[in-house]
Write a protein that binds this ligand. Structure first.
Ligand code: SF4
Ligand code: SF4
Length: 310
């Protein structure tokens, strides 16, 4: 990693973790790793802690994680969400997040078996990285994300005691995280952008939360892009249409592009000539109804009127 950009604050082991709300008592080691950093780690069936990490889980899922689980079981994403995940709030604005749902009445993962993970080839990003982690960070003034890695040292994990030196790059390859990182990147970018909008912009609107939630149900999003309203509104060429309809990775990429367009006005999907006006005309009554309801809901009573006059 290069620290030679002038006018920017370089990340150091001291400041890099300050930017994140790490829990007070955390197993994250305050040391940043790069792709070339050497680690000593090995995990295999037969190690004395086998399955220890899957016995008490707290795993945040990304949209692509849910999609892969759904494909593993050949079910739609909404069903995978219902059966294998639970919602939680990612921040004090109530930004919707999703975690893996453990077994009923316990903390173990639903997919843990005596043989190991029963969805190994489609296991989530956090499982692939454990006991390491990654975060993408924007340096001040930089347009590109920079990937940083860190180690999570928990007493139960004996893999750190194994004599097996590899680099973070080799570890990532072994764990097959490349495609996951690619699919997760834009989604993390949206979260960071929404968080950095901060109190000056106020809490995100209910509508923007609903839109963000769409990313967890990518099959539902695919249907949404096939609906009349969407088709009338956006210019989608044949190749992209085919990609969205038939390829899950294309679908994921497009969903995140769409969210960036509607949440942050990053116009990368062409709107058809006159479509916005036409859509407005169609929905004018609904929009006015909502506006009137909000005026009614939020308007202050006239203090000069008596209590009985409302
Ligand atoms: S999905 Fe697999 S690797 Fe991840 S916690 Fe569950 S059993 Fe463990
Ligand atoms: S606790 Fe660590 S070494 Fe043990 S099974 Fe889990 S990842 Fe592997």
């Amino acid at each position: 990693m290069s620290d030679d950009k002038s006018g920017v604050t370089p990340f150091t082991d001291e400041n890099v973790f300050e930017s994140f709300d790490l829990p007070f008592k955390t197993a994250v080691q305050p040391q940043q790793l790069s792709l070339d950093s050497k680690i000593s780690f090995s995990c295999y069936k037969g190690i004395k802690c086998f399955n220890a990490c899957c016995s008490s889980i707290d795993i945040t899922l990304t949209p692509y994680d849910i999609l892969r689980m759904a494909r593993h079981f050949d079910i739609p994403t909404w069903k995978a969400q219902l059966q294998y995940t639970r919602p939680y709030e990612m921040d004090f604005h109530g930004m919707p997040g999703t975690k893996m749902r453990p077994v009923d009445g316990g903390a173990a993962c639903q997919f843990m078996t005596d043989e190991g993970c029963s969805i190994y080839e489609d296991r989530p990003t956090a499982c692939r990285y454990y006991p390491y982690g990654t975060m993408g960070m924007h340096r001040k003034g930089a347009s590109e994300f920079e990937d940083l890695y860190f180690v999570v040292k928990e007493d139960h994990c004996k893999g750190h005691e194994e004599d097996n030196e590899i680099t973070i790059a080799e570890f990532r390859k072994q764990q097959g995280v490349e495609i996951y990182d690619e699919m997760n990147r834009e989604w993390l970018d949206i979260i960071i952008k929404k968080r950095s909008a901060g109190p000056t912009v106020g809490a995100p609107s209910e509508r923007s939360m609903q839109l963000f939630s769409m990313s967890y149900d990518l099959d539902g999003f695919r249907l949404f892009t096939q609906g009349d309203g969407f088709v009338k509104m956006f210019e989608i060429d044949n190749d992209l249409r085919k990609g969205i309809d038939e390829n899950d990775e294309e679908l994921t990429r497009f969903c995140l592009r769409f969210l960036k367009q509607v949440l942050f006005g990053e116009h990368t999907i062409k709107v058809k000539e006159g479509a916005a006006k036409e859509r407005y005309e169609e929905r004018k009554d609904i929009i006015k109804g909502k506006h009137d309801a909000n005026v009614e809901k939020y308007s202050l009573r006239d203090p000069t009127k008596g209590v009985d006059e409302g």
